[in-house]
Design a protein. Sequence first.
Lengths: 355, 341
Amino acid sequence: MSASSRPQRFHVNLSQACMSLGRRAPACLVVAALLPSAQGFAQATLAKVKKQGYVMCGVTGDLAGFSATDSKGQIQGIDADLCRAIAAASGVEARFKPLTATTRFTALQSGEIDVLTRNTTWSLSRDTKLGFDFVGVNYYDGQGFLVPKSLNVKSAKELDGASVCVQSGTTTELNLTEFFKVSKKKYKPVVFANFNDANKAYASGRCDAYTTDASGLAAVRAALKDPSAHVILPDIISKEPLSPATRHGDDAWTDVVRWTLNALITAEEKGVTQANAKSLVAGNDPEVKRLLGGEGTLGADMGLSPDWALKAILAVGNYGEIFERHLGAKTPLKLERGLNALWNKGGLLYSPPFN
Amino acid sequence: MKAMRSKAGFLLQFACVVFIVALVVFAGINASNNLRASGSAAGFGFLAQVAGFDIAETFPLPWFRDGTLTWVEYRSEGSYLLALATGLANTLKVAVVGIVLSSAVGVLVALVASSKDSPLHLPAQFYIRIVRNVPLLLQLLIWYVLLLRILPEVSESLRVGSSVFLNNRGLFVPGPVIDAVGVFRFESPELVFGGRNIRGGLSLSPEYVALVTGLTLYTGSFIAELVRVALAAVPSGQREAASALGLSPLQSFRHVLLPQAVRIAVPPVVSQYLNLLKNSSLAVAIGYPELVGVGGTVINQSGQAIEVVLLWMAVYLFFSLLTSWFVNGWNARTLRIQGAA
């Protein structure tokens, strides 16, 4: 490892330099891909993370509720908190790298980031062709439409002939095309590379409708001058299971990310919160004890400390706490739990058991 | 001594070439290893796959379909290659119009800025100074937002007759379009979506107009300065000699000053044309579907980043080389004529 760590470090610094180029980052990242990369050390992300003392997470940086910079300059959201949980479980600090929809995959492939926690849809081709592992869903989303109330449109089926603003480099563009093709309606896409540019164009009336994942629409709507003048249509035209992603073949690291997410979900199911987690380490429930490291060797089996999950929960709380903090009724987004409730409360969140 | 120096120079050049070749080979091996490790399939085979996404501005391109050359307009069932070709066509649509307009703007402003008596002398100077020194991306965003603010909504379109519309979706006029089977027909724009949107005929989108306006004014300011300097660089004796021969000021400008100034100005002006072509890729910020914008979507759907970036580079390089080849030829011919005279 030590003998070969030099080219790797050179590579990482170079691709970090790339990201500062913003719009030109894809071209630069391709150059970075031409250099010796982290692929050669695919098994070693966990070791690398521990050695460097931080986890580098790819995030959007501008999507409220998922990962957006707050007034104090901190990145906040459920994706950001998942990153903090992974970092806490690994015993290191969390760092964030804002990525566009276009640069995110190259950044993960090249080793620029350790894990992609950037509201990314899990799909077959991304799993196979891009060479990623998707660890599990941290938000069940679906693509919808935002329209001005003044249009008097009640359903997406009435959008025949509309101009639709959309961000490029996402599954959204493809879903949009297929939705209109299947329903035999016409539309005109106006495609922007950047989320904020698309928002501005919609706000200035360039488009009749805005399409992205429903959670994103809530964020866009909340940021408009008069949110009450806009409405999210009831139609959801796609399945968008958003999942963190790691590089294919790095199973040890993928396990850490997967089980950190599962720990947060199990914690909610078992009533383990940021406030009471410490007191439950020596409690009565055997699974909670295994989860929090009071019993068994689950942490050591993954190459982590016994209290890995406890540290993650102390850092950000359980899944329900994270959701309420960033997306729930008390936030500007005001999203319902819906599909993102626990399996025993009518939702889809279901963690495999901790044993 | 001289022989030794040239020998050292040769060795240095040789070492440079070896170094660059080694770097390219090294990078190539790494890239293919990295791609294999990440499980992605390298190569340009993906270009034949169905793209699946829509492009806002398409027009018919000459294209092979079932072995015959015909006019094909991109639809979402088209291939990635046709999608990229449409992006390239959109780039050229901007570049060609931008080059013509920026040349006109540049020459006019240069003439005004050169004559101190003109009442427009100061505004022209002002334009050259300001526009050259504000980042192009900002100018594009300003033009785009301005256009969307100024233009009315579709329901309040400015209309000429019953078939010419101007609104925040663009300028729409009747014109020839091509249908799915490659036949041209005449079409007028029509209101759709309950009169809230418009479709059909020939149209100029706000994105296109903002991009062409921004590029024209930005490049025009550079060209103006180059032409102004070129006019100033013609020795003043030439003007005096022309007037001594009895030529009128217009004749002296047309037959004596301009030909000499053009010779000075052309090479740098052409490099401005190349800049305009390359700067058109900034359109991704304002939603105009040119080569880089479309390519970005292709990268995301196919995952073939290296291939698409190589294509981008090849296309821009090709047009740059083509332009400089053309201009070099023109330049050589001009010099020959001058030499013979």
